[in-house]
Design a protein around this ligand. Structure first.
Ligand code: AMP
Ligand code: MG
Length: 418
């Protein structure tokens, strides 16, 4: 056992614990798709979810044009008889077209993006031509079609360029502007309220007293939620006080689609979340066969979905990523992409007990065309620094135990934006 894999949980088996897959499928099947839409300017739609298919009303390119600065020709007119020479009869600029047809002995000078004559079938780069006796001399071997951008080769009229449910990224902004879309219908931002629970929690900026800790979960959730197309409502910290907690829950439920809390869902004496939810809502209180992040509460208070995440910061992050994110995405009608796993070779032995699926924080590197992975340090659910150093999770199935150095493991790289 390496010092980084010190395992403080004695018993990994818990017959009442449900699998990650089961919890996820129960959550996702409970959440209803949002039916709330809004129309907005294209620029503002970045990061939002398309609420309808975006269909192009035009072809892109809309006209046959040149991919180069050069000369537009019809290859049939280049013959030994004319010594592969043609007469320049005009210039076509991007935005200022030459609109006549080419006659037998003619060529037109064209700029990149400029309209080329209807009967031209190739553009020859300027650098491949020369002037000879006042005419333009072309190379002898020319392929029809070269350097021509054809109508609709990028986007065909009436084709769907953005499917409903897609999260709009910068490329989509480019595509939609290229077909002249000014406004787009997107899913309204669901409201996500969250607060931390715990007598030990202190706000940043205040002095810590003995036994107190700073509230980091609220900042983690603020960060995680800010990347999503949701309205983020930070409701602060609530003490482990049944009355105060209940008031806060009722307030949050007034105008939120989701309520997320952290802490108070284990079986400690000050863990009231379950009791309160039993009174004012409906709750499933699950032990999930996952590490980190075993306890999870999921249910509803009035019309809000409720997630009670475990208090340890790394558990908060992982349970958010695994369970809350797909729930929000379901409400957003977002098309779900399957996460991309990579097989990598572990650089060290990993100690694990059978019973729970584990997400270990690790670093993935590529060496000589092979992927290697190494854990980033202590894996306790309170150790946030090993998450900060990681660029991936190693996912270890529930039924595996010891993983030896050199074994293959499944790795989930952290998303990068593009
Ligand atoms: P609990 O689920 O309330 O029993 O908390 C489990 C652990 O997470 C305890 O060590 C708490 O002090 C810690 N914890 C709970 N909430 C937070 C928070 N907001 N920020 C940092 N640590 C927390
Ligand atoms: Mg607590």
């Amino acid at each position: 056992m390496t010092k980084f894999n010190k395992n403080t949980c004695i018993n990994e088996f818990d017959r009442s614990a449900i699998s990650v897959e089961k919890a996820l499928s129960m959550i996702v099947s409970t959440i209803k798709n949002s039916q709330k839409y809004e129309k907005m300017n294209l620029k503002n739609s970045l990061g939002r979810i398309a609420a309808e298919n975006i269909v192009s009303k035009i072809n892109i390119p809309t006209f046959k044009n040149s991919a180069m600065d050069g000369y537009a020709i019809n290859t049939k007119n280049l013959l030994l008889k004319n010594n592969f020479c043609l007469k320049e009869v005009g210039v076509s600029y991007a935005g200022k077209p030459y609109l006549k047809k080419l006659n037998k002995d003619e060529t037109v000078k064209v700029m990149t993006g400029a309209v080329i004559p209807k009967n031209a079938n190739a553009v020859i780069m300027k650098e491949m031509t020369r002037t000879l006796n006042g005419l333009i001399k072309f190379p002898e071997r020319i392929k029809a079609g070269q350097n021509v951008r054809y109508v609709g080769e990028d986007i065909k009229k009436l084709s769907t360029v953005i499917p409903k449910g897609k999260q709009i990224n910068f490329i989509d902004l480019g595509i939609m502007s290229s077909i002249g879309i000014q406004n787009i219908k997107v899913i309204k931002k669901p409201v996500v309220a969250f607060f931390s629970t715990g007598d030990e929690l202190t706000q940043v900026g205040k002095k810590l007293k003995e036994g107190q800790i700073y509230d980091s979960n609220r900042y983690l959730l603020h960060g995680l939620l800010s990347e999503l197309p949701v309205e983020v409502k930070d409701m602060g910290v609530v003490k482990d006080n049944k009355k105060k907690l209940k008031e806060k829950f009722l307030k949050a439920a007034m105008d939120s689609d989701f309520i997320i809390t952290t802490g108070g869902v284990s079986v400690g004496e000050a863990d009231y979340v379950k009791d309160i939810l039993d009174e004012i809502g409906r709750i499933n209180f699950w032990k999930i066969a996952i590490k980190p992040g075993r306890p999870l509460a999921f249910g509803n208070i009035k019309n809000s979905y409720f997630f009670g995440l475990p208090g340890n910061p790394v558990s908060t992050v992982i349970t958010f990523q695994l369970f809350v994110l797909p729930a929000i995405e379901k409400m957003l009608n977002k098309n779900i992409k399957n996460p991309l796993f990579i097989n990598a070779i572990t650089k060290s032995t990993i100690n694990k007990k059978k019973g729970r699926m584990e997400y270990q924080r690790a670093k993935l590197v590529k060496l000589k065309n092979k992927y290697f992975v190494e854990t980033t340090g202590m894996q306790g659910s309170n150790i946030l620094t090993s998450l900060a150093m990681a660029n991936c999770y190693i996912r270890l199935p529930a039924n595996t135990s010891k993983i030896k150095k050199g074994d293959n493991v499944e790795v989930l790289p952290f998303s990068n934006k593009f």
